[in-house]
Design a binder for this molecule. Structure first.
Ligand SMILES: Cc1cc2nc3c(=O)[nH]c(=O)nc-3n(C[C@H](O)[C@H](O)[C@H](O)COP(=O)(O)O)c2cc1C
Length: 186
């Protein structure tokens, strides 16, 4: 089984990364990590969209622009680690999504404009931590919508550690309770 870890964690001491690593250790096996902050991903410009459309028209996906989409499409299990930022997630994750949503790679259109997912994965686990409460609608909810619409990934799990940044937060206890939730998954 090929697991793809999409790492949108920012800080060296990231608690989201700690939980992600705890989960990945349990999953074991063949794990590929994409550290989003190492990639220097650019937002899509008009030139990039035109070039991508041309490649799609020519059915030529050799350009390195498509590497992320191929990795995402070919993974059996996707793990996303992303801290809660501004009621959502860091923008590098949105950039990643822009880069992987490629017609004919991650999904295709049927004759009536219906979307036919092309991803191999049947499960995605989204891990986040938050200073306060996690706003699911703007974070996991969006990923869920993408999985339902474009990727065809059916089994979705949210692992979250909340209320970590208050003066009286018992961070150790919150983290170990979240690890117990992870234990239930694998
Ligand atoms: C730029 C930024 C934005 C944040 N926005 C939120 C937020 O909207 N809601 C919230 O509950 N916590 C917010 N926080 C707090 C983080 O979610 C919290 O500290 C989290 O555990 C950080 O994850 P990490 O330890 O993996 O870096 C924010 C922190 C930063 C740095």
């Amino acid at each position: 089984m090929k697991t793809l870890f999409v790492n949108a964690c920012t800080r060296k001491e990231s608690r989201t990364l700690e939980l992600s690593n705890y989960l990945l250790d349990k999953i074991g096996g063949n794990i590929e990590t994409i550290n989003l902050y190492d990639l220097d991903l650019k937002p899509f410009t008009e030139e990039m969209i035109n070039f991508r459309d041309k490649c799609i028209m020519e059915d030529n996906f050799d350009d390195s622009m498509f590497d992320l989409a191929k990795k995402f499409t070919n993974a059996d299990l996707i793990v996303i680690g992303a801290p809660t930022w501004d009621l959502s997630f860091p923008s590098v994750l949105k950039l990643f999504i822009e880069h992987i949503n490629v017609v004919e790679l991650t999904f295709q259109y049927g004759p009536w404009g219906d979307i036919i997912p092309k991803c191999s994965a049947d499960r995605l686990i989204y891990i986040t931590t938050a200073g306060g409460a996690v706003n699911e609608e703007q974070s996991f909810g969006y990923i869920k919508a993408l999985c339902n619409t474009f990727y065809g990934i059916k089994k979705l799990d949210l692992i979250k550690a909340e209320n970590l940044d208050f003066e009286n937060s018992n961070v150790e206890e919150i983290m170990s309770k979240t690890k117990e939730e992870i234990d239930k998954l694998f």
